[in-house]
Design a protein around this ligand. Structure first.
Ligand SMILES: [Fe+2]
Length: 323
């Protein structure tokens, strides 16, 4: 049996406590061992907290790869990754490590300093949802920290439902009916001369027309479905109009009041709704000599639908995106 009682700004059910940490987004959940066999009530509480607070944090967890995947499976179907590098544990293809992404840059002749720099050359470009150029971006991501630097390396998330609600009524009405092209590689700053990553992008296009305002499939909220990483162009607008409006919407999306920043410790886990948030990976550790090893499991997501019910569509000629 579970009982709910009020605590100081938090909510306690059975042994678990959900304590919000910022005004619009983020809650820390304590009193639960994610490696244990969780009962349905606890899973329900966590699911509700993810939907309400968009990202939830757990500390001091002792998950290994198999337990990480088992926990994820309580909330959806984990994405099985095509092997991208040598780093993923071969027997657990649902788990991706940060080393994979460093290796990805290495495949194109870049070290781990140059790789993020070329993909993040403006203030807003680094903000993204995971795999947002796919027609069915993951519903959620569960990221766990194994080794973190003693300082630096924080991740920040923003609540796109709150950002939408914070727009003025005329702008909400304007953006409600719009759609935008999302494409892998937007904002990437090519290397001079031959660039292996550009060649890769041309051969592996992943591009989708998504609604600019997405109806959340579980909460029914309207979500400002923008990010700096994939959104290329708003359909039907001129290049200049689109650029100006996207800039305005992105600035809205990442206003500090809609964000939360998390300081990782070994054993920390962040679980976010990838349909209602964007996040910013840290850019303040590349010059430090400290390792940062993280493991990620994503859950399969739905094809987004707009306010009028129109679903996202892959752009002809592009690939739907493979795992
Ligand atoms: Fe990400």
């Amino acid at each position: 049996m579970t009982t709910s009682t009020g605590t100081a700004g938090g909510r306690r059910t059975g042994g678990i406590e959900v304590r919000p940490v910022a005004g619009h987004i983020g809650a820390e959940i304590s009193g639960v061992d994610l490696a244990a066999d969780l009962d349905d009530a606890v899973v329900g509480e966590i699911r509700e907290a993810v939907l309400r607070w968009k990202v939830v944090f757990f500390r001091g967890q002792r998950l290994d790869h198999a337990a990480h995947v088992a926990f994820a499976r309580r909330f959806g179907e984990p994405v099985v990754l095509r092997r991208r590098g040598r780093a993923p544990p071969p027997d657990v293809p649902e788990v991706e490590t940060t080393a994979d992404r460093l290796e990805l840059g290495g495949r194109f002749g870049m070290d781990h300093d140059e790789w993020p720099r070329r993909r993040r050359h403006t203030l807003l470009r680094g903000w993204h949802c995971d795999h947002g150029a796919r027609v069915d971006p993951p519903a959620a991501t569960i990221l766990r920290a194994e080794t973190v630097p003693p300082y630096g390396g924080d991740t920040t998330w923003s609540n796109l439902a709150a950002a939408y609600a914070g727009l003025s009524a005329p702008v909400r009405a304007f953006v409600d009916g719009l759609r935008a092209e999302h494409r892998l590689g937007v904002g990437y700053q090519p290397r001079p001369g031959d660039d292996a990553y550009v060649r890769h992008l041309l051969g592996h296009q992943i591009a989708t027309v998504h609604p600019l305002v997405r109806l959340h499939p579980e909460t029914g909220e309207r979500v400002l479905f923008v990010n700096g990483y994939y959104v290329e162009q708003i359909e039907g607008l001129s290049r200049a109009e689109s650029a100006a409006i996207l800039q305005m919407l992105l600035e809205q999306a990442v206003r500090p009041e809609y964000t939360v920043r998390f300081r990782w410790e070994p054993g920390s886990v962040a679980f976010w709704d990838n349909r209602a948030t964007i996040h910013l990976a840290p850019a303040d550790t590349a010059h430090l000599a400290f390792p940062r090893i993280m493991h990620r499991v994503m859950l399969h997501g739905e094809v987004p639908v707009g306010v009028d019910g129109t679903p996202s569509e892959p752009i002809p000629g592009s690939r739907p995106g493979h795992w």
